[in-house]
Design a protein around this ligand. Structure first.
Ligand code: ASP
Length: 326
């Protein structure tokens, strides 16, 4: 019967018609930081601004994946959109150190071969996520910091800006607030880091994270975002993870890798593993959350804070954005 159909197809000159292809299971999940984010703390206009910024980032990454781009391409393109938006604590809009400077961290990881690249404490690279990618693809290293990372990015032809590019009034006020008040009192303190995890048409995963760190941090302080296994991790065998939260805890609890390890060694689903680490293992001081995505397109957006800017977009191209807990 099959042969007959084939013969008919060929006889009719239809042999070039391809069989209907299975739709590709692409997926992109993003976050714009976890922390003290409540309805009471935001005006409807502010909420709308965050929603449309997150949707724009989702659409950008989705476009890359639909055109056959890799998960690494999608993660980089998505995070660049968020870095360029002053709403988020990454790139333009990064928070200030105690000394009133902006020091940025970023990392990217390719789940196909576990290659990774990261930069830490950089002050003049417009898009740190692209510098992280350059470290991954064009250097023998994984993590480069400070001046060396900046020189490397300059040599790679990445866009360099004056440090004043990163100055925003909102973050400046936030620092002034923290300098005079008890640190706990700042609602701006622990959110705004951005991250993305993606699954491409080849079934490869990637993760990326970019941040200005924590307001009022000591200069030279590096958080979890650029640390592979803490704030960023991707492995096709398990999942891709990007975190946001109090970096000191996410580093010590190995948050991103621990989620992958629970999947690998205990056979947990991505949702159960993320829940175990964020809601059970981390102490209460380890406030924050993660986005995590497996190779089948299952994902988790798990946080123990009051809110997390987050969203996802699948093959249908419809962006979904959430902010609060409920
Ligand atoms: N995890 C980041 C850091 O500790 C901050 C954040 O996610 O808000 O640098």
């Amino acid at each position: 019967m099959k042969n007959m159909v084939l013969a008919t197809v060929i006889a009719l000159g239809l042999a070039t018609i391809a069989p209907a292809e299975e739709p590709k299971k692409i997926m992109l999940v993003i976050h714009g930081g976890a922390g003290t984010i409540t309805r009471a703390s935001m005006t409807p206009e502010q909420e709308q601004q965050y929603r449309s910024a997150l949707e724009q980032a989702l659409r950008t990454g989705h476009g890359v994946l639909m055109r056959g781009g890799t998960s690494v391409d999608a993660v980089e393109a998505t995070i660049r959109v968020l870095e360029d938006n002053p709403l988020f604590n990454a790139g333009k809009g990064a928070v200030f150190t105690h000394e009133g400077k902006n020091e940025l961290d970023a990392a990217i990881m390719n789940g196909r071969d576990k290659s990774a690249g990261a930069v830490a404490g950089v002050t003049i690279i417009k898009n740190p996520i692209s510098a992280a990618r350059a470290v991954m693809e064009k250097s023998p290293h994984v993590l480069m910091a400070g001046r060396g990372a900046e020189l490397f990015a300059t040599k790679m032809g990445l866009e360099i800006v004056d440090p004043s590019y990163f100055w925003t009034e909102k973050r400046w006020k936030s620092l002034q607030h923290d300098l005079i008040k008890d640190q706990q009192s700042s609602g701006e303190k622990k959110h705004g880091t951005v991250g993305a995890v993606a699954l491409d048409q080849n079934g490869d995963l990637a993760a990326g994270t970019s941040t200005g760190g924590l307001t009022d941090k000591q200069f030279g302080r590096i958080g979890d975002s650029p640390i592979v296994g803490a704030g960023t991790y991707a492995d096709n065998e398990t999942c891709a993870v990007s975190a946001s939260g109090v970096g000191e805890y996410f580093i010590r609890w190995n948050v991103a890798y621990d989620i992958a390890a629970l999947m690998k060694y205990r056979g947990m689903s991505v949702g159960d593993a993320a829940n175990e680490v964020i809601n059970r293992k981390l102490p209460k001081e380890g406030e924050g959350g993660v986005i995590a995505l497996d190779r089948k397109g299952n994902f988790a957006m798990t946080f123990n804070s009051e809110g997390m800017y987050r969203g996802w977009i699948g093959p249908d191209g419809v962006p979904h954005v959430l902010i609060y807990k409920d």
